[in-house]
Write a protein that binds this ligand. Structure first.
Ligand code: FE2
Ligand code: FE2
Length: 276
């Protein structure tokens, strides 16, 4: 891979911060969220002004993923229950929903499945705020979408490398672009000013040991991604079952009996998600 080409790809990807689908509201909301003097009410008001966006956010927060199915009626209530960071992640994910549906079949279902699996895993291992893990699961493969949208000429090449060379999607990206969606996640999370916890979850879900501050988030997303593939919910771009890092299972304290409980729960959870 020529260095020049790799640098060009990176440059074009970073232009993704201006993705046309990201609502202008996101900027305003981000600024308000960083200002310690702003109130939940103020932030809720800004989000609520964009009615299409609000409807999408409300639909998402009421899905079985977040544990309050059908019970959140207003953006303000959603902010109080789930927190700023989760709502910010949801705004980003619902804003790329359309391009995700168009550009990579099955990736939305895979992302929703992973969000649900992350929340289930986080609850079972006893972590607080499972919704924060869920939103990391929801966004974990967003770099895949950005790559095919910003670098359309590489899309076919990646797909054919998956098919013909029997590679995982991540390996194919690395071969064609010189980096994978995990790196892309890292860049855009910085650009979008996502909290470190979320950023590390997105950037290190394939290599949780590299997360320096919040390895727990990367570990949960790693396991959530694996389980979503195991249950064949949607598609992550290839049909390989990703490898599950045993070290991660040890660190999370997931032994066989606990894994069995998680799997049992997921059967019901995924059914609920399918009908929601
Ligand atoms: Fe991934
Ligand atoms: Fe994935």
């Amino acid at each position: 891979m020529e260095q020049d080409l790799k640098t060009e790809y990176k440059g074009r990807l970073l232009a993704a911060k201006d993705l046309p689908t990201l609502p202008t509201v996101l900027d305003k909301v981000s600024r308000l969220m960083e200002d310690p003097n702003s109130s939940t009410e103020q932030i809720a008001r800004v989000i609520s002004m964009d009615q299409v966006l609000s409807a999408k956010v409300l639909k998402m927060v009421n899905s079985p993923v977040y544990g309050f199915p059908g019970r959140i009626a207003t953006i303000q209530h959603a902010l109080v229950l789930l927190g700023f960071n989760v709502i910010k992640g949801i705004i980003i994910s619902t804003s790329v929903f359309d391009i995700m549906e168009e550009s990579m079949k099955g990736l939305w279902e895979h992302s929703m499945g992973c969000a649900l699996a992350c929340s289930t895993v986080a609850r079972h291992v006893g972590f607080k705020d499972p919704e924060e893990y869920a939103v990391a699961g929801l966004l974990h493969d967003i770099g895949k979408v950005l790559a095919v949208v910003q670098l359309p000429e590489c899309k076919e090449e990646i797909i054919s490398a998956v098919k013909n060379d029997d590679l995982t999607y991540l390996e194919a990206e690395n071969k064609v672009l010189g980096f994978g969606h995990d790196r892309i996640n890292h860049w855009v999370a910085g650009y979008w000013n996502l909290p470190l916890k979320l950023k590390e979850g997105l950037a290190f879900h394939h290599k949780p040991s590299q997360a320096r501050h919040y390895p727990d988030v990367a570990q949960v997303v790693h396991v959530g991604d694996f389980l979503t593939r195991l249950f064949e919910i949607g598609s992550g771009g290839d049909d390989q079952v990703s490898t599950l890092d045993r070290e991660v299972m040890l660190k999370l304290g997931i032994d066989f009996p606990l894994l069995e409980k998680i799997l049992d729960d997921l059967v019901t959870d995924f059914e609920e998600l399918a009908v929601s």
